[in-house]
Ligand binder design. Structure first.
Ligand SMILES: C[S@@+](CC[C@H](N)C(=O)[O-])C[C@H]1O[C@@H](n2cnc3c(N)ncnc32)[C@H](O)[C@@H]1O
Length: 255
């Protein structure tokens, strides 16, 4: 079941590589700035798990770290990343079974990909396994409020748009998993990101029914959801837009 689900996610992303390469929200953002701050010439090798079209991996290349490995289960994502940034090494792989030797890398990052993994804790165990002592992971992903109703709404919205979405979790859950696998969190920041519904939908090419369901969920949302996710109708195009929260968590493999 998990294997089928993972294959479905890889297949869905395989046909979307060029959209992700061009996507404005993937080309920039505080997560990329954090990668440029954290890594340097001494950090390599650095692995970007769920690299997509390679925006995070390319930001790590700018730091002088080498080699930088763009790892993704979707072949066209890996090809697109390496074509856009030839300094990258492309590797096909699953975030929960990294084809990388134990204690062999100085850095790992994963940006807006962990919510596609059925077993996030297994992913973190793998990250901890491949990091050498003192190595750093920068995990960047959307997170949900800790109130269950708000979290359920957000994950339902994401799954309606993209059936391969597994789940976004509250920050406390990530912190607990990191500690359980032996990683030491050392900084956590969050930022709000506008979810302009039209380009966000387009990247996954949902059916007309799915599009309607997404609009319905947003336009019929109750007051507490409107407030939590700042749902509003854009004055520019009359379409709903909303805000999500993204966390940047930096943690270390202890010396
Ligand atoms: C939103 S894209 C990533 C964007 C990219 N990290 C960036 O910074 O622009 C999510 C990626 O997660 C990948 N993915 C899905 N399932 C995965 C898995 N089991 N292991 C690793 N990556 C996975 C998808 O193929 C896709 O390329």
């Amino acid at each position: 079941m998990t294997a089928d689900r993972k294959q479905a996610a890889a297949d869905a992303f395989d046909s979307a590589a060029s959209d992700y390469l061009e996507s404005a929200v993937h080309r920039e953002g505080p997560g990329l700035d954090r990668l440029r701050e954290v890594f340097d010439e001494a950090s390599g090798p650095v692995v970007d798990v769920g690299s997509g079209a390679g925006h995070a991996a390319a930001a790590v290349v700018e730091t002088g770290a080498e080699p930088v490995i763009a790892l993704d289960p979707a072949p066209s994502m890996v090809r697109t990343a390496v074509t856009a940034t030839p300094a990258l090494e492309g590797v096909l792989g699953d975030g929960e079974r990294l084809p990388i030797a134990t204690d062999s890398v100085g850095g790992v990052t994963s940006r807006v990909a962990a919510h596609h993994l059925p077993n996030p804790r297994t992913f973190l165990e793998e990250v901890n396994r491949i990091l050498r002592p003192g190595g750093t992971v920068v995990l960047i992903d959307n997170v949900v409020p800790s109130e269950p109703d708000l979290a359920t709404f957000y994950n339902r919205l994401e799954r309606t748009r993209d059936p391969t979405h597994v789940a976004c979790y509250p920050l406390e859950q990530w912190r607990q998993w990191l500690e359980t696998v032996g990683l030491v969190p050392d900084s956590v920041t969050t930022f709000r990101k506008t979810l302009a519904v039209e380009p966000w939908l387009e990247r996954q090419s949902p059916s007309p029914e799915r599009r309607q369901s997404v609009f319905r969920l947003l336009l019929e949302a109750e007051e507490d959801l409107i407030e939590a996710f700042e749902i509003e109708v854009s004055s520019e195009d009359g379409l709903p837009q909303s805000l999500t929260t993204t966390a940047i968590i930096t943690a270390r493999n202890p010396d």
